[in-house]
Design a protein around this ligand. Structure first.
Ligand SMILES: Cc1cc2nc3c(=O)[nH]c(=O)nc-3n(C[C@H](O)[C@H](O)[C@H](O)COP(=O)(O)OP(=O)(O)OC[C@H]3O[C@@H](n4cnc5c(N)ncnc54)[C@H](O)[C@@H]3O)c2cc1C
Length: 327
């Protein structure tokens, strides 16, 4: 049995951010992930200036694909609004592996199945033992399942469904485009160019608000025709899907010395379903709590990408119909 001070389950942005902060402070930390990195992760890979700053990311020194857009093009009900805004894109395949390596933590390829308490410690699959445990394994996180099931409910009105595809493409338009509510979609679709000739396109919707007999695949086909009309893009393959939760009802993301972060806690923003920023910040907060003994709060982890003003609140309402607001 391997015994360490802190185990982080999941080496995505939440897990790497926590591991990096712990490691930098001299803590003994081990990351367990069911994949070996670099691994594929479904995600448009849009990151905000806040993410760059939270990670203290030196853009010039980042060794992989990194693109900055000058404008976000909003398309809604036939209107087109180009909004000047510096935002960025990365490829998750590269970014996550780089973040995990940069954390300096040892990463072990292991699929976590069972977790049990043993006095003040946690025992994982009878193979690992730790004093502190960070759950950072996304929507189906085993830490959540084993230790938080009774305290945190999944709320269907906050569940997203997505389909996306990332492929090599010699794009001409280097800005990001978002189409809201097209053909009755309870969500939005996107065109996110990446550096070095990659493109990510996809569609995301609130699962509970898709009309009866309507599927996310119909909206994928609408997007495919839109992209063919507007950019002469032909989809080279079928997309793949994933589901995660936007923020709401995260009353208790810590039980004893176990913490939930990122998608494991359901922290994506309610207006644009942005999950990378909240994952990183919550990972850092969990690490701070272990290091300083301070309470683990999600107060500084934003639930709104657009600042929480009128537009944020309107999009939130359109997506969630006010389901379980707050923390
Ligand atoms: C199609 C799509 C597009 C998106 N686009 C954006 C975007 O453009 N910008 C944005 O900010 N957010 C976006 N998101 C949301 C974002 O991807 C997530 O919120 C973010 O990845 C959450 O990070 P995380 O570290 O919590 O979890 P993850 O990135 O999911 O990492 C979890 C890790 O845990 C590992 N794991 C899972 N189960 C186990 C287990 N049992 N044992 C060990 N390891 C395990 C996984 O292998 C994985 O490496 C998108 C999501 C989707 C689905």
């Amino acid at each position: 049995m391997r015994s360490v001070e802190v185990i982080v389950v999941g080496g995505g942005p939440a897990g790497s951010a926590a591991a990096q902060r712990l490691k930098a402070a001299g803590a003994e930390v081990l990351v367990l992930d069911k994949e070996s990195f670099p691994r594929h992760k479904l995600c448009a890979g849009w990151i905000t200036p806040a993410v760059v700053s939270d990670l203290r990311l030196d853009i010039g020194a980042y060794p992989h694909s990194f693109l900055s857009f000058r404008r976000l093009h909003w398309h809604m009900k036939g209107l087109h609004l180009p909004v000047p805004s510096i935002q960025h894109s990365i490829r998750r395949f590269e970014f996550d592996a780089w973040l995990l390596q940069r954390s300096g933590a040892e990463a072990v390829h292991h699929t976590v199945k069972n977790i049990r308490r043993d006095g003040q410690e946690y025992v994982i699959d009878e193979s690992f033992r730790c004093r502190y445990l960070i759950g950072a394994a996304g929507t189906s996180c085993p830490v959540r399942r084993s230790l938080f099931d009774g305290t945190l409910r999944r709320i269907r009105a906050l569940q997203t469904v997505t389909l996306e595809l990332e492929f090599p493409h010699d794009w001409q338009d280097g800005d990001c485009h978002l189409w809201f509510f097209q053909s009755g979609l309870p969500g939005y679709s996107w065109y996110v160019p990446k550096a070095r000739g990659w493109l990510n396109v996809g569609v995301g919707a609130m699962a509970a608000r898709l009309r009866q007999h309507e599927s996310i695949w119909q909206h994928w086909r609408h997007l495919a025709s839109q992209l063919e009309r507007q950019f002469r893009i032909r989809m080279p393959a079928n997309p793949t899907g994933y589901s995660y939760y936007v923020r709401g009802g995260v009353g208790q993301a810590r039980v004893d010395n176990a913490f939930l972060t990122g998608d494991a806690a359901g922290l994506a923003t309610r207006d644009l379903c942005e999950g990378i920023g909240p994952a990183i910040r919550s990972g850092q907060r969990a690490a701070d709590s272990i290091l300083t003994g301070a309470a683990y709060t999600l107060d500084g982890v934003t639930g709104a990408s657009l600042g929480g003003g009128l537009l944020s609140r309107w999009l939130d309402w359109q997506f969630t119909h006010g389901a379980s607001p707050g923390h």
